[in-house]
Design a protein around this ligand. Structure first.
Ligand SMILES: C[S@@+](CC[C@H](N)C(=O)[O-])C[C@H]1O[C@@H](n2cnc3c(N)ncnc32)[C@H](O)[C@@H]1O
Length: 423
């Protein structure tokens, strides 16, 4: 595949949809949108050429995200990203789908906007994080349930986790885990239990007293036991006592701080038709053909993130055998493209005519590979029309090289979104 990026061409070759006019006219802090063309040459067919727009199209400064989003997850995107496309490509009641759901940023933003959420992820951890926030209990309900729990005894006690936790804290964590797993197994688990499990998963490890653990990596990654022991030795730290109930209650109040009665009413209407799936994105028979108005998603970027390693402790708490989850990881772009093409075929099936896909990728391998260029042939092979590429550049300055990589760490300081349309 031969590619060339971002030639600055003044004239657009296709009629201008509304979004193109809007992106061209967009200004952020007085800065005009940069425009160009991305062209991917294919050996046997005509090159794929799409208009490409660069600016700071969304930022936390423009609109604060809803408090319900504030759970950490490796390689999640900001809620402003799905909102940008939801606002432009859908109406209330439309189905918005994320085949690589992660913590559920797209589906929660969709539900908050009165759209019908649909999501899929191969890791059972994903619905554990996403689903409870679609039907949140009240802080009072959570606190009453926590108060009724006996966390003083646990059957199992994995001593090696004392690298992270004070023994009394670890006993409480184990007792809570066993209680939730028993409720899951006997079918009595309810929305309050699921909420408590989601919050507990998010409090397992982190670098402040708001987490159950001693100081460790940020909460979206878990250190191995060996590396945590090294962190402890280097920092001369031993895990302090933390109150599991109190930390869950505090995080619950913070997550629910924007959940007024209007939000709850909107969520309730939206989630009645929600579809959440655990499995590979290439096969989603639960979703009807031609039923989805918009897909907003972000797949694994080759092998940049090791979701299994980062989530081992969360998986343990949730009773998930993380090693058995077949998370897509590819070293070679061609293998990644083959896998993404399968996913695009399934997306093309479920998308309604006129529906859109916003497929977010990042730069990888220090900018040598631009995955947006790799994505274009995948969508086209699935029969979708490439519409445009939106590059959201954070810290967009006059000197920043927005087409390439600067200050880049693991390809994530720009969001590069390829937008397709189904005819
Ligand atoms: C970049 S993350 C998505 C993050 C999401 N946008 C968010 O904001 O939380 C990619 C997700 O794809 C999931 N995944 C990996 N392989 C998959 C597959 N074959 N099918 C479905 N999901 C998969 C991973 O478990 C991970 O949650």
């Amino acid at each position: 595949m031969r590619t060339s990026t971002a030639q600055r061409l003044p004239v657009s070759p296709v009629p201008q949809p509304e979004i193109v006019r809007e992106l061209r006219a967009f200004q952020w802090n007085g800065r005009a949108t940069k425009r160009g063309l991305t062209s991917v040459g294919l050996a046997k067919t005509k090159p794929i050429v799409v208009q490409t727009f660069v600016n700071e199209f969304w930022t936390s400064k423009q609109r604060a995200a809803h408090s319900l989003h504030e759970v950490s997850y490796r390689a999640c995107f900001k809620p402003q990203l799905p909102r940008f496309f939801i606002d432009r490509f859908t109406a209330p009641g439309d189905v918005v789908y994320d085949p690589f759901m992660g913590r559920g940023t797209t589906i929660i933003e969709a539900a908050l906007a009165g759209r019908v959420p649909a999501g899929c992820d191969i890791n059972p951890l994903s619905p554990m994080l996403a689903q409870p926030r679609l039907s949140p209990p009240t802080p009072e309900e959570v606190e009453a349930r926590l108060a009724a729990l006996d966390l003083s005894r646990a059957v199992s006690y994995p001593r090696e986790l004392e690298a992270f936790y004070h023994p009394d804290t670890l006993r409480e964590i184990c007792a809570l885990r066993e209680h939730l797993m028993a409720r899951q197994q006997n079918g009595s688990i309810d929305a309050i239990d699921r909420w408590i499990r989601m919050v507990a998963i998010n409090r397992l490890t982190g670098h402040s007293p708001g987490f159950f653990s001693v100081y460790t990596l940020p909460p979206n990654q878990a250190a191995s036991i060996d590396s945590q022991s090294r962190i402890n030795a280097r920092r001369r730290q031993t895990p302090p006592r933390r109150d599991v109930r109190q930390l869950i209650a505090a995080k619950t109040r913070s997550l629910l701080s924007d959940c007024d009665s209007a939000t709850r009413a909107t969520l309730l209407r939206s989630v009645q038709r929600a579809t959440l799936m655990t499995g590979p994105a290439r096969s989603t028979p639960q979703l009807r053909s031609n039923s989805v108005s918009l897909v907003v998603t972000s797949p694994p970027f080759l092998d940049v993130v090791n979701y299994a390693a980062d989530n081992w402790l969360r998986g343990w708490f949730g009773g998930i055998d993380t090693a058995a989850v077949e998370i897509s990881m590819y070293r070679k772009v061609a293998d990644w493209q083959a896998s993404m093409t399968d996913v695009f075929r399934e997306i093309a099936r479920v998308l309604r005519p006129g529906g859109h896909v916003a497929f977010e990728v990042g730069e990888v391998r220090n900018g040598k590979i631009k995955l947006e260029e790799a994505v274009l042939p995948c969508g086209v092979a699935a029969g979708l029309d490439p519409l445009l590429i939106v590059i959201n550049a954070q810290q967009f300055t006059k000197t920043a090289n927005c087409w390439g990589v600067k200050n880049n760490s693991k390809g994530t300081n720009t969001n590069r979104i390829v937008v397709f349309r189904k005819q």
